[in-house]
Design a protein around this ligand. Sequence first.
Ligand SMILES: Nc1ncnc2c1ncn2[C@@H]1O[C@H](COP(=O)(O)OP(=O)(O)OP(=O)(O)O)[C@@H](O)[C@H]1O
Ligand SMILES: [Mg+2]
Length: 892
Amino acid sequence: MGGSDLSSDHVIAELIDMGFDFSVAIEAIKEVGPSLNDAVEFILNGSRRNSRGPLNGSNCSTSNENSLGKRVLSSSRSLGQMKQSRITKHLQSTGRPKRNSTCGESDALISCSDVLCRPVEDQKVSHSGMVHNLKSVSESTILPVYSPQNQEIGPDWYKKVKSLVHKHFGFSHLKSFQKEALEAWLAHQDCLVLAATGSGKSLCFQIPALLTGKVVVVISPLISLMHDQCLKLAKHGVSACFLGSGQPDSSVEHKAMNGMYGVIYVCPETVLRLIGPLQRLAENRGIALFAIDEVHCVSKWGHDFRPDYRRLSVLRENFRACNLKFLKFDIPVMGLTATATIRVRDDILKSLCMSNETKIVLTSFFRPNLRFSVKHSRTSSVSSYEKDFQELIDFYTTKKLVGKREHHAISHSSEDESDNSSGSIMSDADEMSRSVLDNSEGGYFDGNGAEVSSNYGNGSTASREKQMSVEYLEDELDVFQSVDDLDVACGEFYGHSPAENRETCGFSETSDPPIIPEERSRLLQGPLEQGPTLIYVPTRKETLRLAKYLCSFGLRAAAYNAKLPKSHLRQVHQEFHQNALEVVVATIAFGMGIDKSNVRRIIHYGWPQSLEAYYQEAGRAGRDGKLADCILYANLSRTPTLLPSQRSEEQTKLAYTMLSDCFRYGMATACCRAKTLVEYFGEDFSCKKCLLCDICVNGPPEMQNLKVEADTFMEVIAAQYGQTSYGDDSYNDAICSGTKRGRFVEKPNFRMVVSRIREQFPKYTASDQLWWRGLARILEDKGYIKDGDDMIHVSIKFPEATELGLKFLQSETEKTLHVHPEADMLLSMRNRKSNSTFSEWGRGWADPEIRRQRLQRRKCRRKTRKNKSSKLPRDLTTVRGRLGAKLSKQKR
Ligand SMILES: Nc1ncnc2c1ncn2[C@@H]1O[C@H](COP(=O)(O)OP(=O)(O)OP(=O)(O)O)[C@@H](O)[C@H]1O
Ligand SMILES: [Mg+2]
């Protein structure tokens, strides 16, 4: 084979990887020789001028006498590694007219779509409902998904899949759950895939597109997630686009409905609008599968938040073989999630009207390399930042001191998901600040913590300044990015050669790694490797505040919340993937599905709203299988509250239940964190312990016998509810002495109960509410008390004894209550060392000596304050100042 043949082959391969049809590529090479630039130009111009309609298969012809004369790209200006995804940009930069929404108009890009659109006539629907090729294609020229040359799916399908997966993604095997999901799809079954975060669920719906050449429609809740996945697919040689109201280029939708992309990501709102066009697409190119990613959204956020997710049952109804005569089988629906409780799963199956034969593919939710821990922090105050983030700051700043080489290492660490042409990787904070200045919109801060001023500081950007200021941002629960929130890019992604993008993954290629606790524990001990940190905070305001704080120590940090300018969000995304950012401080708007392999820490700074959200967000960590930290900083002395959101009554109840589960997770001291989490999702955690979490490592606190305290608590509430029919009257009188009978006509709340205990039992006079709250929770979990109203509270509000509780109180046999004190009890005991025994609780205000000393101290303090204030000049500009001045004048 001569040299020119070799380079022709190379160019043909490049063109095919870019997504052009084999025959189109051959034709182009015949016309213009082995030049990639010229071939691309020829194809684009040729098709534009080609009035014979779309090019395809054996019928295709690209010969066009004008094409060579129309070359715009100089053959000396090499495209080199230019990727198909960049062709659009390239063409725009050469001054070509912008895309038009009508397929077939004289526009270079539309021409491109002409080339790529698949003619219906060339496809034939087989008995199996699969589109078969009219032309056989060799394995070595596996075509991008929009090729008409579909491959037969026969008994050797798995071999084909392995080959495709290897070619496109570099994996040598499918994981067992992926194989199971594919088997279900091949059998035209609906399927619900429940597998851990980062386990590779996306592949389950991407393979059908590769295997059949039909389209896979993926319903996804977040535009950032759609964008992420489209980019990844493009890197791996699969064409994809996303659709939605945020899609700025209306022609993309048109092209997608004409079958130009193999994978179409679409938000639920849009898919409901597109039922008609999708039916036509199913009839023409064919739809292999409807995949509903993050399918827990159907239930978790329900009507209130993503009502359209619930309406996705239309997919099942509208794509049945009995309704569409061109279909032999119903188009399968595949739902995928990593965070669905058993209740949610049932809800998904029902809400989506999935068939009775739906296959449930279930794997462990356990992530063996995640190290969970909970720490107490007041969180909402800036003063707590210093305490809580010192270690993080040290981690990144010490690293910087090591020198420039170290910086380089961040930029070029194992995972560089950036696109070469998307900008150079910045290696330090200064460079980042510079790039922000260039970017004109921000939310970044310079190395000294000052907001990059040129973005906001001048008059022309005053409104933006207002928009960006901390005060302006709503201090409320962030919402998901709907498509309107973020138009990331035009949303078209053409595949390019995956060969250079081989990635290895820490996960086993066939199934989850067998867990040998000792081995794993040994492997996962030691310091964390380098990698970025994601900090989740509950409010938008705090994203800015904390990012600014971290930047003031020289960290490369950025805020991310749905209300920040889109260009900023885009930049954060990009730089996060490029390893140019060390820390992203985000609300829930950043997270679901984001796949970056080397995230080393997920910090939740404040109570999450549910364990689902917590586990989902924590799942962004350690996707390379290496040790990663998931730390929850929460104020253990406060009961978390629901962040504002529109909820129905039913949803409010559910939201409180979920918040309460989350609270209990934080309070637990005796059960392995990973076990709590996976069991929350209904899994029987066979390992018993993860050996990594704070509880496994530190061990539970010593057990205490709290029978006496429990009895006291129960007695007081039983007496208040008149439930003290047990025991003799003198006992009841003792309980109620000091108060008038019948005083508690209303339900006594928890505070009242604790006050009563303090009043009636001198040894508990100085006892701490926090401690009793912990005990009440333990009693509630044992079923001894319950909430006396119909509402759901995060922490018991109106404690009422249950039958079981009364029995426990009367029981002669149950003389002990050995329990591990919970986190709030430990906190309370830490503050008052002797609380555990109660021996000194009585020595509070009730103790005359202590009372005398305290009053004395208070008096001294008042005196000092008075002296101080009399020395200060009165501020006559304030009401208080004027009043003070007046009073002191009167005194004199
Ligand atoms: N068969 C496989 N062998 C090796 N690695 C794989 C395989 N399948 C997927 N992966 C890797 O797993 C990583 C995570 O994949 P993916 O984003 O699909 O996870 P996910 O299950 O959707 O997670 P999440 O629930 O967080 O969205 C990918 O980066 C991919 O490289
Ligand atoms: Mg996913």
